[in-house]
Design a protein around this ligand. Structure first.
Ligand code: GLA
Length: 635
């Protein structure tokens, strides 16, 4: 069987070779032999802190930032983990044209006024934050100009001067700026926005009117096909390289802010520590659902060092203000469960206690900061009600969140099976701290509109001696997900146009990622099913994929594999292979309509298991959906 596969692959490679007359391409599905998930930067758990944007937009200044920093320290939030104090758009004055050095707007950041040839420096500012036990974050753009220069044209804090002086983005200055911000000024975190490569086309009226250097857009937010994905990724990679070079101690966080465009939901994990999965959040319930949905199905793409970013918290504003504590708690709990960065966006100098109580709910923060880094996986899904389950590191415990997204009360029934547990389960409500038992196979809760309940659950695991892979997404690196052509994800909630009326046809799906790997679902949001048999646990992925799984401590791998019933490609066969630290341990071939086959392997001292699904002799590009049913590591 192995020989036949190799022959088929050799033939395939030979065809490709004669067609291109180039060097034979390396086999993209060859096992790496070790974990290749990105490890650069300092984000073992989701970053926590504060950012100026949702609180002040460009109306930011040093007093506001330092006032906030003081509250972080005095209130105990810092000690809970909120350590990053990040300034967003609005801090810059100009780029000095004699040497390209960036100048700070010292009128709003007075401590940055220094003598000598530097004239301005953020070093006193970051020194101060560091002396308070905090870390400092800065903001820039991957292109020549920033978002505020397009969208906040009435701001008093826009860059000033000639066309060149107002080019404050990284374009043409990656090394210089990153060195300045990190090595010289001592920042620890950077958010890199993308307006400079998105909205500065020569045809834009504001570009002409404000005399900006035009930049032919690399991103079309409405169209993946009209976006130059490799070019966007390459620009962000340059910044990643510069960050590594300017931070020999590796103490930095790299936040990619490309709003779910350019298929960043697939490659962000390999380039940065967090990447926005959607457009901007607004303080509206419906928009919060939109940005949440853009990250909540992507559990397999997150893990220690790399996190889906559904945007910063809007707790304290609009639908999440002090008069809407139900919504505020839900927003916060959702972010915690899906391992989103917890970045507060409120003027903490004036925060009511009721809001402080939300950010400082230790139990909820602990879920988010659990060292396993397992983003919650959906156990039940509908447009009205959802259930999310997150595996925690203290053995036998999970967190579960019940969510009523709708406008009327909802009855939500939780079962041990949804927790992948058996028998009675002890539940502790992490807001009220009340404890209760889930006995007799289920327990029903009535939730008010927009209410959520979050419990810590302790019980007997279904797999007493192991873990289903879908329980440990943070231990999986999707090295290749088999997606050939990025397709917009249609299952993200669409709110009515947040930036206008209903005069156009609405916000269409535009974030790539549809067809990506899923825990406990197929890549196209169906139940995992092979020849009529449904698997409640497993990984759904396309063929021509490779996953890496951290396997240290386990002695056995097993799965029931097959072509999923939902596949559109009914014809091509799939070879499933299991590798242990690069060595082939087991393999089998399956076709559509065939019952799931057991694939098992002993793992003697194996650190990394790799799971490859390869279409044997592809005759079609139609998506070929495969299921690793009940895939599990056992002791
Ligand atoms: C973009 C980003 C926001 C914020 C603003 C600043 O919209 O997505 O998070 O940084 O720019 O102008």
């Amino acid at each position: 069987m192995l020989k036949a596969t190799l022959l088929a692959f050799t033939l395939l490679a030979a065809t490709a070779l004669s067609a291109t007359a180039a060097q034979p391409a390396a086999d993209p599905l060859a096992p790496a032999g070790h974990w290749t998930g990105a490890t650069a930067g300092r984000a073992a758990t989701p970053p926590m802190g504060w950012n100026s944007w949702n609180a002040f937009r460009t109306d930011v200044d040093e007093a506001k930032v330092m006032g906030t920093a003081k509250v972080l320290v005095d209130s105990g939030l810092r000690d809970l983990g909120y350590i990053y104090v990040n300034i967003d758009d609005g801090w810059w004055l100009k780029r000095r044209t004699s040497d390209g050095r960036m100048q700070v707007r010292t009128a709003i950041f007075p401590s940055a006024k220094v003598g000598g040839s530097e004239t301005s420096s953020f070093r006193p500012f970051t020194d101060k934050l560091h002396s308070m036990g905090l870390k400092a974050g800065i903001y820039t753009d991957i292109g020549g100009n920033a978002c505020s220069q397009a969208y906040d044209l009435h701001s008093p804090n826009l860059p000033e001067g000639t066309i060149a002086e107002r080019q404050i983005g990284l374009h043409g200055h990656v090394q210089q700026d990153i060195k300045l911000y990190f090595a010289d000024w001592g920042f620890d975190y950077i958010k890199v926005d993308a307006c400079g490569i998105n909205v500065y086309g020569a045809d834009r009226p504001f570009v002409k009117q404000h005399k900006y250097n035009a930049y032919p857009p690399l991103i079309d937010q409405a169209s993946i096909n009209r976006t130059n994905i490799p070019a966007v990724r390459a620009l962000y990679q340059q910044v990643a390289d510069a960050l590594a070079a300017s931070n020999p101690d590796g103490d930095y966080v790299y936040s990619i802010c490309a709003w779910g465009a350019a298929n960043v939901r697939a490659w962000g994990k390999d380039v940065g520590n967090l990447w926005r999965t959607s457009g901007d959040i607004t303080p509206q319930w419906s928009r919060m659902l939109h940005t949440f949905d853009s990250a909540s199905t992507r559990a397999l793409y997150a893990g220690p060092g790399h996190w889906n970013d559904p945007d910063m918290l809007f707790v304290g504003h609009g639908d999440f203000d002090v008069h809407h504590l139900t919504e505020a708690r839900t927003h916060f709990s959702l972010w915690a469960m899906i391992d989103a960065p917890l970045i507060i966006g409120y003027d903490l100098r004036n925060a009511p206690q009721a809001l402080m109580d939300i950010w400082s709910n230790k139990d909820i923060v602990r879920l988010n900061q659990d060292s396993g880094g397992h983003q919650a996986v959906m156990a039940y899904d509908s447009d009205d009600v959802q259930i999310f389950v997150k595996t925690l590191s203290d053995s036998g415990t999970k967190a579960v969140l019940l969510l009523n997204r709708g406008s009327g009360p909802a009855e939500i029934t939780l079962t041990p099976a949804q927790l992948k547990m058996v028998g009675d389960v002890a539940l502790t409500d992490l807001w009220s701290k009340k404890t209760m038992m889930l006995t007799g196979g289920e327990r029903t809760f009535t939730l008010q509109p927009r209410e959520s309940r979050v419990f810590k659950a302790k019980g007997k695991r279904q797999l007493a001696d192991g873990m289903y892979l879908s329980e440990i997404p943070g231990a999986i690196n999707i090295a290749r997900d088999g997606v050939i052509v990025p397709v917009p994800d249609p299952i993200v909630h669409r709110m009515s146009n947040p930036w206008g009326a209903t005069t156009n046809s609405g916000e269409r799906p535009s974030y790539g990622g549809w067809g990506g790997a899923r825990a406990d679902a197929t890549p196209y949001d169906q139940a995992l099913t092979v020849d009529g048999k449904v698997f409640a646990s497993g990984i759904g992925i396309l063929a021509n994929s490779r996953m890496e799984v951290k396997a240290a401590g386990f002695r056995h791998f097993e799965a029931k594999v097959g072509v999923d019933d939902s596949t559109r490609n009914l014809k091509d066969k799939v070879v499933f292979q299991v590798f242990g630290d690069g060595h082939l341990l087991a393999q089998t071939t399956a076709a559509y309509g065939q019952a799931a086959q057991t694939l098992s392997a002993d793992l003697a001292n194996v650190k990394t298991v790799e799971l490859v699904a390869r279409s044997e002799a592809p005759t079609s590009d139609l998506p070929l959906v495969v299921t690793w049913g009940d895939a599990a590591l056992r002791e």
